[in-house]
Write a protein that binds this ligand. Structure first.
Ligand code: TPP
Length: 354
């Protein structure tokens, strides 16, 4: 068995499935077989779509794209655990979570095609915030939103996704402090994927990320982010705490980013191939599929059916993305200033004539 990624050293994470797909501890996370199967299907769809998006960027159909291969369990386990009223504040890497939450992938990908800021989907209807590029700012928004939920007496929570690198930002600490002091019904969900572009986790954090919660007065939990059942259970428990008025939880999901930070990045400049090869041994999809097969919840026939369905779904998404029209040129000028300065007015006239 390959050794675990370096940044997993230290406190043993919570697990339901061992990396070889055998059950460890209490296997019943409260999901019926068809719900368990659905999680695997989401994971397979997400991976296939993620790879398609990288190909689309290479073909010039997307401007830039941040892949998430290896992080499917962290995203799908957590997104599945949320209730319909809960609100997600994503980074730029949560396409898998967006799929589970019902966001239209073509609309989501409009951002990466460069035709819209944040994606044209409706955050209120989908309960999924706009794609957030500034690192860690969405954590503050999530805590503020959670405080609003508490003031309104709504039994729901917010969940902010972020990476290990984001915990270096002041916004993470400000949000965590605010969440602790006001007992906000928020889940701070860190996908510790080992890298913040070219900077490894050990250059971000001398201690263990989940332990930071203690300083802010709420629980921090370290979970195996490649174990979809453990992520589901941990997030579900954090949501239950939030609904009960018991405040925030910090979840550190240990995972690994198999691909590049984004299609604009070359990880060969800072990361050795052996590390990636070793991390592949912890593949979240292989692990979950192997357990589902071992208990008889899926078989080769189901998997073969899904393969065809998923292929068609992904190709339809690809066609939808390619068919998206460019936005009208005047939007570039019209939605920047309420009162355009003279230079912008001149540029507008130059581009549009008259
Ligand atoms: C405020 C801010 N500073 C710097 C950047 C440039 N930047 C984009 S992603 C990134 C690293 C993010 O790392 P992490 O939070 O670990 O998330 P990951 O990409 O690994 O999922 C940086 C520094 C940015 N987008 N926003």
């Amino acid at each position: 068995m390959a050794s675990e990624p370096d940044h997993w050293r230290g406190t043993e994470p919570l697990r339901v499935l061992a990396p070889d797909g055998t059950a460890v501890g209490d296997i019943d996370v409260g999901l019926a077989p068809d719900e368990l199967r659905a999680m695997l299907r989401w994971m397979l769809l997400a991976r296939r779509l993620d790879r398609e998006c990288i190909a689309l960027q290479r073909q010039g159909e997307l401007t830039v794209y941040p892949g998430f291969e290896g992080q499917e369990a962290a995203q799908i386990g957590s997104a599945t655990a949320l209730g319909p009223e809960d609100f997600v504040f994503p980074t730029f890497r949560e396409l898998a979570a967006a799929l589970v939450r019902g966001v239209d992938p073509v609309q989501y990908l409009a951002y990466h095609r460069g035709t819209w800021h944040g994606g044209p989907y409706d955050p209120r209807a989908t309960r999924f915030g706009p794609i957030c590029i500034p690192v860690a700012t969405q954590i503050v928004h999530a805590v503020g939103y959670a405080m609003g939920l508490a003031l309104d007496g709504t039994r729901a929570c917010s969940l902010a996704y972020f990476g290990d690198g984001s915990t270096s930002e002041g916004d993470f600490h400000e949000a965590a402090n605010l969440a602790g002091v006001f007992s906000a019904p928020a889940i701070l969900f860190c996908q510790n994927n080992g890298w913040a572009i070219s900077v490894p986790t050990e250059r971000q954090t001398a201690g263990e990320i989940f332990r930071r919660a203690e300083g802010y007065g709420f629980p921090g939990i370290r979970v195996d982010g490649n174990d979809v059942l453990a992520v589901y259970r941990t997030t579900r428990e954090a949501a239950a705490r939030a609904y009960a008025g018991d405040g925030p939880t910090l979840i550190e999901a240990l995972t690994y980013r198999i691909g590049a930070h984004s299609t604009a990045d070359d990880p060969g400049r800072y990361r050795v191939e052996d590390e990636v090869a070793a991390a592949r041994a912890f593949d979240p999809i292989v692990r979950f599929r192997s357990w589902l097969e071992s208990v008889g919840h899926i078989d080769g026939g189901v998997l073969a059916d899904w393969e065809g369905e998923i292929e068609s779904e992904v190709l339809a998404i690809r066609d939808g993305v390619i068919a998206q029209p460019a936005p009208p040129v005047e939007w570039m000028f019209d939605h920047t200033y309420a009162d355009p300065p003279a230079a912008i007015a001149e540029q507008r006239a130059e581009v549009l004539g008259g």
